[in-house]
Design a protein around this ligand. Structure first.
Ligand SMILES: Cc1cc2nc3c(=O)[nH]c(=O)nc-3n(C[C@H](O)[C@H](O)[C@H](O)COP(=O)(O)O)c2cc1C
Length: 543
């Protein structure tokens, strides 16, 4: 009864919200129910290739995926010459059918292009979701009775977005407790020194553990006080059959929950969830405020609540449609060496001490697929997750900082290293106010370089941003260096998680911003001449 038959797979239902910008007459899915239906749909679109050759989960898969992720994206038009970065890469998703030492296939790079990321979210523009988020955070209040009546279906739909707990789930078709064995799963090793004793701050005698990490799992935890659920994507290092290390950063909710269990002197239940509705994988990476549920957000994205089932050995609930679930307990007092790990910064993140997990069960559907990702020098799959977030969360950022017209997290910045922000400048030092606000805004606070530009600059065009930075900035007057919390993965900071960030005001300077000589006008042809040349273009015989 748990096999998702054609009726459950909502792939292929037309999504009326979307328009097709590239004129393809193609049905968009409106919420995949599970990972395998997503893979099947990607495959039918030529977005997934199956590898039948026997491959090693240790490094070999990683090297293949690294190469494929840098290929032109399947099914996407080559980028225009003026746009060398956007939409260029990503190759295709891969399913490795024959992985040494495990009979479970590995699926990887499934979200590793704009197209596949959009498909996972059921839209052909991330902006469609941004508009829905905008309506959510800035609802238009109905004034007339008729308006109120019209809002009722919308309210009813919103009420259905919350998770629902049911009695049974596909993810528990097979249950292993005493015989649970992490080493039977095709957990990959991504980079050569991952988990190596004596490398990257890991002491030479810290030999327990492997170089294999869960890299694409949602980690489910519960706040012991409020009972609020959290889902975060944190890597997990496999130590042995029933032992692993949890790499949740000190700033993230998993770590916050862990501190609370520690203060209460209690052990912490944890579930590692692989697969499920693809929106769940995305939601696990989203920078939501601590008390906003990723499960509710996933239900909002999918336009339907996520179904959960109670775990077998821990007091948590997990998505019924997951492929594999690892259940266990963390003793917050027991810290073990985790890492090093080749990270999305393009460098190894150093080993440190993180809580140990003791596994009590592994449950899975019949014939599961194991999702994984590799991170490393961009672009990798996480770049597209980040780009989706950049677009979808713009309305939330604008709610916090209304000056922001648009922003971009450029690929080279590996998320936290750089943000370009566009504002409509109206008063002196406005760019600095924006910088300070960003450094106070959730996970944006970790950004170590902010460049603020005027509204005519295209923040998605690095050349345009650097052109204005080169032209408009006096480095002494227009920069601000502050100290603050930094991303845990930042290896350049003098201290772990703490260091300096720079703000660069590349806007046009006005009085009140230090010594400003007359600021010249930017070059622009008159409209009259542009119209003339437009009208006569064919006469010139140039193209
Ligand atoms: C591929 C990938 C791997 C990640 N690995 C980790 C990790 O190991 N530890 C961590 O704390 N955050 C990691 N993150 C970032 C978090 O998933 C992200 O910041 C999320 O918003 C945290 O959720 P939380 O605020 O509910 O804790 C990763 C993100 C991605 C896309």
């Amino acid at each position: 009864m748990f096999e998702p038959g054609p009726k459950m797979i909502r792939v292929g239902r037309e999504n009326p919200v979307n328009s097709r910008p590239r004129g393809r007459l193609e049905m968009l899915p409106m919420g995949y129910t599970d990972l395998q239906s997503f893979i099947a749909d990607l495959e039918s679109r030529g977005q997934v290739r199956r590898v039948c050759a026997k491959v090693d989960a240790i490094l070999e898969i990683s090297e293949i995926v690294d190469r494929v992720s840098k290929l032109p994206a399947a099914g996407e038009a080559p980028p225009p010459l003026t746009d060398p970065v956007h939409g260029t890469r990503g190759g295709y998703g891969l399913v490795f059918e024959n992985v040494k030492g495990s009979d479970i296939p590995v699926a990887i790079n499934l979200l590793g292009s704009y197209e596949r990321m959009r498909l996972a979210l059921g839209v052909d523009r991330f902006e469609t979701l941004a508009e829905r988020v905008h309506h959510l955070v800035k609802p238009q209040m109905p004034t007339t009775m008729l308006d109120k009546m019209r809002k009722l279906p919308q309210l009813a739909r919103m009420a259905s977005y919350g998770p629902k707990v049911v009695k049974r789930g596909m993810c528990q078709e097979v249950v292993h407790t005493d015989n649970a064995n992490l080493l039977s799963l095709p957990v990959i090793q991504c980079w050569p020194h991952d988990g190596e004793a004596g490398y990257g701050a890991r002491p030479a005698d810290a030999t327990e553990g492997t170089g294999r990490f869960f890299t694409f799992a949602g980690i489910y935890t519960k706040d012991p006080e409020s009972g609020d659920r959290n889902v975060g994507m944190y890597r997990v290092q496999v130590y042995g059959r029933k032992r692993a290390a949890m790499h949740w950063h000190v700033h993230h909710d998993g770590a916050r929950h862990c501190r609370k269990y520690k203060a209460r002197g209690e052990k912490m239940p944890v579930a590692i969830v692989l697969g499920g509705e693809p929106v769940l994988t995305y939601a696990a990476t989203c920078p939501l405020p601590p008390d906003m549920s990723e499960l509710l957000f996933a239900g909002f994205l999918n336009e339907g609540g996520i179904e959960l089932v109670g775990c077998k050995t821990v007091p948590l609930e997990v998505p019924v449609n997951a492929e594999i679930v690892v259940e266990g307990w963390v003793d917050p007092r027991e810290l073990i060496w985790e890492g090093p790990f080749g990270d999305h910064t393009g460098f190894y993140s150093l080993a440190d001490r993180y809580p140990a997990l003791t596994v009590t069960a592994i449950t899975h559907r019949k014939n599961p697929v194991f999702p994984a990702t590799i991170v490393g020098p961009p672009p990798q799959e996480d770049y597209y997750l980040g780009k989706a977030t950049e677009r979808i969360f713009l309305p939330l950022l604008q709610m916090l900082i209304p000056d922001v017209i648009d922003y971009s997290l450029p690929m080279f910045g590996a998320f936290h290293n750089c943000v370009f922000v566009k504002i409509r400048k109206e008063y002196p030092m406005q760019a600095r106010r924006v910088m300070s606000s960003i450094w106070g805004a959730g996970q944006m606070s970790f950004c170590k370089m902010i460049v603020v530009v005027d509204e005519h600059v295209d923040v998605h065009d690095e050349q345009d941003v650097f052109f204005h930075m080169g032209a408009n900035v006096d480095w002494r007057r227009d920069t601000m260096i502050v100290d603050g919390p930094c991303d845990i993965l930042d290896h350049a900071t003098p201290y772990y998680g703490s260091g300096a960030k720079i703000g660069i005001d590349a806007t046009r300077k006005i009085s009140g911003e230090g010594l400003v000589r007359e600021f010249p006008e930017a070059l622009e042809m008159s409209k009259k001449v542009r119209d003339l040349v437009d009208g006569r273009w064919s006469e010139y015989g140039i193209s």
